[in-house]
Design a protein around this ligand. Structure first.
Ligand SMILES: Cc1cc2nc3c(=O)[nH]c(=O)nc-3n(C[C@H](O)[C@H](O)[C@H](O)COP(=O)(O)O)c2cc1C
Length: 389
């Protein structure tokens, strides 16, 4: 997940944003605590995970995508996604679809269920979404994209709810139209634009580029959020500096690492790298996460869908891989919790804090960027969409 950044010598004085100068931003009437956001990830950023990220420093979180298909609104999956019980505001819900009228209905449906901000998904590269002309495929048809944006903005404005847009840099290398869509969206009344620095064609391959995001930021009056491959405090600060964006949005690097938000905000505010969390802190956060997770999904689905979260938390810890294999054999929440507790208690006997993943400048320590990682991201997106469309 390393991104293209200049190799600057460590002797250079770090750019510190004094507290008051850290970009503060606003979406419609909502002032956000800080400019470090959690990216929407279907199958990952459910309510328990979003709440944990917010508790650990994220300034804003968008829910997983909800389909615009009315026939699926009563499904267990969609009703779980539309459940915001106890979630601190603003409640932002992402909607995806191909038809302007249905998207407007989806906006109204979610506003009725507590959404305070509606986000339009024009960034998902999965075929399941794109074949139906939704997600990033919409970037190929600007007329339809604008029709959808207009309809959603109008439906939401009637309730005083701002609309935001999440997209990629374009359809393919030769068709990077993020700027023209962003300008049209701004004219249509969209309140914020997020750009993932890859084209649809790229999926999750290659590296995110930030030049297109910088161009979008330079041209727009509304806030612009930079997204793609941000995995460390140093990288977050560099992307803010390179793009001039108002905020950064973090996806995969937050999987199993929800404390990345406090690490980044601390670094932006002070220029210092926070010590890695105590094993006891990780134990507390993970066990609380699991209880919330079982509470939302119930025993059967909860135990199975918790496995990926646990594996992410433990992936870089000693013996984590071996533990993950054993974990997949456990089919009830009590033994899952016991096993996680035993593993972390044992780890705590050999270390107080989990191993550092950043160097003294806040850069991510070198780590292989494997093809497997890219394949896994796509696989997970597809799995998450399996019952959605
Ligand atoms: C498992 C997974 C699910 C995702 N689901 C969504 C989604 O529902 N809506 C969306 O706009 N983007 C989705 N994305 C894209 C992310 O929001 C983000 O744009 C992308 O992962 C790049 O950011 P990152 O490099 O920080 O991960 C998903 C990504 C992953 C890995």
């Amino acid at each position: 997940m390393a991104a293209r950044l200049p190799k600057t010598p460590c002797t250079r004085k770090p750019l510190v944003f004094p507290l008051a100068l850290i970009p503060r931003m606003q979406i419609g009437p909502f002032a956000l605590a800080n400019p470090v956001f959690v990216a929407p990830m279907a199958g990952v950023t459910d309510r328990p995970f979003r709440q944990l990220c917010k508790r650990l420093g994220a300034g804003y979180a968008v829910s997983e995508m909800v389909t615009s298909r009315r026939d699926l609104w009563d499904s267990l999956k969609t009703s779980r996604r539309a459940n915001h019980d106890g979630e601190p505001g603003p409640i932002a819900v992402q909607i995806a679809g191909t038809d302007a009228g249905m998207m407007a209905d989806a906006a109204r449906y979610n506003i009725d269920r507590g959404a305070q901000i509606i986000d339009i998904n024009m960034g998902c590269p999965a075929k399941k979404v794109c074949n139906k002309w939704a997600g990033s495929a919409l970037m190929q048809d600007e007329v339809l994209a604008l029709e959808i944006i207009d309809a959603v903005v109008q439906a939401s404005a009637a309730h005083g709810v701002p609309v935001t847009l999440k997209m990629r840099t374009g359809w393919c290398q030769s068709h990077k139209n993020a700027l023209s869509i962003a300008l049209a969206a701004q004219n249509a009344g969209v309140a914020m634009v997020t750009v993932h620095g890859r084209t649809r064609e790229q999926g999750y391959r290659g590296q995110a580029e930030y030049e297109t995001i910088a161009a979008v930021k330079a041209a727009l009056r509304i806030p612009v959020v930079a997204n793609g491959d941000i995995n460390s405090p140093f990288q977050a600060r560099e992307v803010l500096r390179q793009t001039g964006a108002d905020a950064v949005m973090i996806g995969r690097a937050a999987q199993g690492r929800p404390w990345i938000f406090r690490e980044i905000t601390h670094f932006l505010e002070t220029g210092h790298v926070l010590a890695p969390p105590l094993v006891q802190e990780v134990r507390r956060w993970l066990l609380a996460h699991l209880q919330d997770h079982y509470g939302l999904y119930g025993e059967y689905t909860g135990v199975r869908s918790a496995r990926k979260h646990i594996a992410w938390y433990l992936r870089s810890l000693p013996g984590g891989e071996e533990f993950r294999r054993r974990l997949n054999l456990l089919n009830d929440s009590a033994s899952q919790v016991q096993s996680v507790t035993d593993y972390l208690d044992q780890l705590n006997q050999s270390m107080d804090r989990i191993p550092a993943v950043y160097d003294a400048d806040g850069r991510h320590l070198p780590e292989a960027v494997s093809h497997e990682e890219e394949t896994n991201s796509m696989k997970l997106v597809k799995m998450s969409l399996h019952h959605e469309q």
